[in-house]
Design a protein around this ligand. Sequence first.
Ligand SMILES: *[C@@H]1O[C@H](CO)[C@@H](O)[C@H](O)[C@H]1NC(C)=O
Ligand SMILES: *[C@@H]1O[C@H](CO)[C@@H](O)[C@H](O)[C@H]1NC(C)=O
Ligand SMILES: *[C@@H]1O[C@H](CO)[C@@H](O)[C@H](O)[C@H]1NC(C)=O
Ligand SMILES: *[C@@H]1O[C@H](CO)[C@@H](O)[C@H](O)[C@H]1NC(C)=O
Ligand SMILES: *[C@@H]1O[C@H](CO)[C@@H](O)[C@H](O)[C@H]1NC(C)=O
Length: 358
Amino acid sequence: MLFNSLTLALLAGNALALPGNSKPSKPKGFVTTSGTKFKLDGKDFNFAGSNAYYFPFDNAPKKAGLKVFRTWGFNEKNATYIAGGLPQYGSEGAGGTEVVFQRWADGKGTIDISAFDKVVNAAANTGIKLILTLTNNWADYGGMDVYTVNVGGVYHDDFYRLAKTKSAYKKYVKAIVIRYKDKWYDEMSSFIRSHDKNHLITSGTEGGFNQVSDDWAYNGSDGGDFDAELKLKNIDFGTFHSYPDWWSKTVEWTNQWIKDHAASGRNIGKPVVHEEYGWLTPEARMTHLNRTENATRVEVISQWQAISLKEKMSDMYWQFGFSNYSYGRNNNDGFTIYLDEPEAQPLVFQHAEAMNKL
Ligand SMILES: *[C@@H]1O[C@H](CO)[C@@H](O)[C@H](O)[C@H]1NC(C)=O
Ligand SMILES: *[C@@H]1O[C@H](CO)[C@@H](O)[C@H](O)[C@H]1NC(C)=O
Ligand SMILES: *[C@@H]1O[C@H](CO)[C@@H](O)[C@H](O)[C@H]1NC(C)=O
Ligand SMILES: *[C@@H]1O[C@H](CO)[C@@H](O)[C@H](O)[C@H]1NC(C)=O
Ligand SMILES: *[C@@H]1O[C@H](CO)[C@@H](O)[C@H](O)[C@H]1NC(C)=O
């Protein structure tokens, strides 16, 4: 059966690798490219593989020496079957009662790819890499025409043309990409947990959300997905940082950013820590950014701390400054708050006291 379809490469075990993307900074286990070669952990990665839309859940393929499997990361269907309707599904039971990842009714697709975890986990456990196909040119297992007929398209190629089919397809692609991109955090936090049952584990991220938004800090473009990471079973608490100076954001934006993370923690039912936050001194701002801000450090940071207190959310300012080390003051990176400066009274001593009283 010829599958002329849209695919992406999925690494079993930890994450997604998009073909052609070969940054050397990829975590261990990601396949990359270098010229005409695939690479894995610094070595050429030449493979014999296979296709199996029913993914084999055992070691047989591995024993046969196969390293990469292409399998179907899609199965879209109408919620109810209309006799004679389009598309005409394949003849091998591909329209039946098997697991469906997206069901269409009333012009809307409802996505549930949770069952696909079994496939990804099976691949991870046997060390096999996956190439996922995300829909089909043909009608087996649904395919492009399911999108097209359900959003009101007429021709097969409308799939490539209509804004509605493109956005429906993007919605599905995003769901599956997001689901497996966090596998690395899941694997590493589970690894730590397997060695240590007692300590809390966190991701230590800056806190980027992955929502529909025009703001890079909220739309996944920094690679983070705060909610998905916080939901992982071995991530005990969430972290986020605030540096509006570096991020070209305003103080008001940061106030909302803090509230939004507190709200996420409440929704998911885990603690969240405002793990780094800073506002430059006027001198450092001029040096690094060649601009001024009217709001002082005490004004700005006090606002953020007041929100933390109201949200009952712990926080950790960047960074501790002490003037009486044997060598004198520690390094001032422009954010440092020295304990013997007047600003330390509200920002360190009084804030700590208020937090300790909660
Ligand atoms: C699927 O649903 C669409 C929209 O209601 C309809 O046009 C089409 O005929 C249906 N196809 C099947 C096979 O049920
Ligand atoms: C996210 O927002 C940035 C602007 O902050 C924009 O350039 C980018 O295209 C957006 N990405 C998505 C996926 O919406
Ligand atoms: C700093 O900004 C001013 C305008 O506010 C500009 O005239 C000057 O060239 C800038 N300096 C540098 C080093 O970019
Ligand atoms: C600072 O205050 C001055 C005078 O009120 C105003 O013109 C300027 O726009 C302010 N700058 C910023 C960054 O808010
Ligand atoms: C601590 O450092 C400050 C600033 O350098 C200095 O003024 C003060 O005398 C020092 N205090 C002690 C107890 O050494």
